[in-house]
Design a protein around this ligand. Structure first.
Ligand code: ADP
Ligand code: ZN
Length: 435
């Protein structure tokens, strides 16, 4: 296995990939129309018949599916096969409060694990590696997906699950883990804990990390790479389309290759639903080309991003997505200005702070307020109130330049903001409680 897990498909020409996609979509639409009454109704309402879909160009004729549909159809309404053919259920982590359950046949599990295996090989994984899987195992897709991929590559797989940081570090050191997989916020926490124990970044055997399941900035990537002494790769996925591994980074670390033989990606205007040309920023929509049990067509992810088909030096030909810039429902509108948590994270790290912060939005006397608590590192802490105040003012200024509105900054003592072992909670919007 050299540089690729499945070289032929990962480096296939545009024509070859299109041919595969076109063959698969025709079959898949027929499969869904025949087996998923919920989607058949949506197609009928729109006046689209399976025969109308002859290639991926026709995908734009199909109706969208959204999280609301998944909730309406809960639990079995979007099932594409008999339950007795299914071997697994997973569920979303409920970041946005609504849980979704997804079903898998053995074919679907294999396909998913293959996608994760491609990601692991792209991050330099081989049979000689020890992969520490510190994503949660359970209903969350992170642990099981990467675990399956790791075994497919033939890596020695350490199913740690998330949490118990002491034990993570002990096993990492004693068993010589070479690749760490977890959320970026947990990777940052592990890096911090290692330093506290007196380990230098060169003391561990790690060479790479595969981090995803939540948004993280380039600045955060550099922090993690420095603290663990590794190269950090991004991986993207969602329960609705299987789990992690829908897209993954190669050694170029410039966007994630989407596994196009299994997932067809589009960017749409979130307001009008219109498909946008390549290179435009908009909402990412996925069509699963060959999943059997949970074959979602045109699923709206709410993730805002850009697709590009620029040639990649790694030799892979699959289209790339940029780091998602946050979900459309992560975007905060504060005093009429659009603010993404990622912008705040970028400023913090640039200004020399750690990515331990909490954003609180509220509405006081009809005016939106934005408060950001930011943790100081032991070396930054000072007993002099005037020192702290000066630092707060400076950070407020830097935030105003980036965001266009000024937040109130609260510098808080080291270790006073809770660390995350899974997906970090960065925003508390209290306005939603009043509404
Ligand atoms: P939930 O929607 O409850 O969080 P999932 O665990 O299925 O459920 O999460 C999928 C979502 O996680 C994606 O839609 C995306 O918003 C986010 N996500 C996953 N991987 C990444 C990544 N590498 N970068 C940014 N966001 C990501
Ligand atoms: Zn590449």
């Amino acid at each position: 296995m050299g540089k690729y897990y499945q070289e032929e498909i990962e480096t296939a020409s545009r024509e070859e990939i299109l041919k595969i996609q076109n063959e698969k979509i025709v079959k898949q639409v027929k499969h869904v129309y025949e087996n998923v009454p919920y989607y058949r109704n949506l197609m009928d309402e729109k006046g689209v018949k399976p025969e109308d879909i002859k290639s991926v160009d026709d995908i734009k004729k199909l109706p969208f599916l959204s999280k609301a549909d998944l909730r309406d159809a809960y639990p079995y309404g979007l099932l594409g096969t008999d339950l007795k053919n299914c071997v697994r259920i997973h569920s979303t982590s409920g970041t946005t409060g609504r849980r979704v359950v997804a079903f898998y046949t053995q074919h679907d599990v294999d396909l998913w694990e293959e996608c994760c295996a491609r990601a692991i090989v792209a991050a330099g994984g081989t049979k000689d590696d020890v992969i520490q899987v510190a994503y949660g195992y359970g209903l969350f897709t992170g642990g099981f997906g990467v675990h399956g991929g790791s075994q497919k590559v033939g890596c020695l797989t350490l199913p740690m699950s998330s949490g118990n940081t002491e034990r993570q570090i002990q096993f990492m050191m004693d068993l010589g883990s070479t690749i760490l997989c977890c959320t970026p916020s947990y990777a940052a926490f592990i890096g911090e804990s290692l330093a506290e124990k007196g380990y230098k970044p060169t003391d561990n055997k790690l060479k790479a990390g595969i981090f995803g399941a939540e948004p993280w900035t380039e600045e955060m990537r550099r922090e993690i790479e420095k603290s663990l002494g590794i190269k950090a790769y991004d991986i993207y996925g969602l329960t609705e389309s299987s789990g992690p591994g829908v897209a993954y980074e190669c050694e170029e670390q410039k966007g994630m290759h989407i596994n196009e033989d299994h997932f067809y990606a589009e960017i749409i205007d979130p307001d009008t639903g219109e498909t946008l040309p390549e290179g435009s920023k908009g909402e990412l929509v996925f069509t699963s080309l060959d999943k059997e049990a949970f074959p979602l067509l045109r699923y709206r992810t709410k993730d805002i991003c850009v697709l590009t088909r620029e040639k990649c030096a790694c030799g892979r030909t699959h289209i790339k997505m940029c780091k998602p810039m946050g979900r459309s429902d992560d975007m905060m509108i504060i005093r009429g200005v659009n603010v993404f948590p990622s912008q705040i994270e970028t400023v913090l790290i640039k200004e020399g702070y750690t990515p331990n912060y909490l954003i609180e939005v509220d509405r006081v006397k009809n005016t939106d307020t934005l408060d950001i608590s930011v943790e100081l590192q032991p070396g930054q802490f000072s007993d002099k109130v005037s020192d702290i105040q000066a630092k707060e003012k400076a950070l407020e200024g830097a935030m105003r330049t980036m965001l266009g509105i000024g937040p109130k900054i609260h510098l808080v003592p080291p270790k006073s903001i809770a660390r995350s072992e899974g997906k970090a909670v960065r925003v508390i919007d209290k306005r939603k409680l009043h509404d």
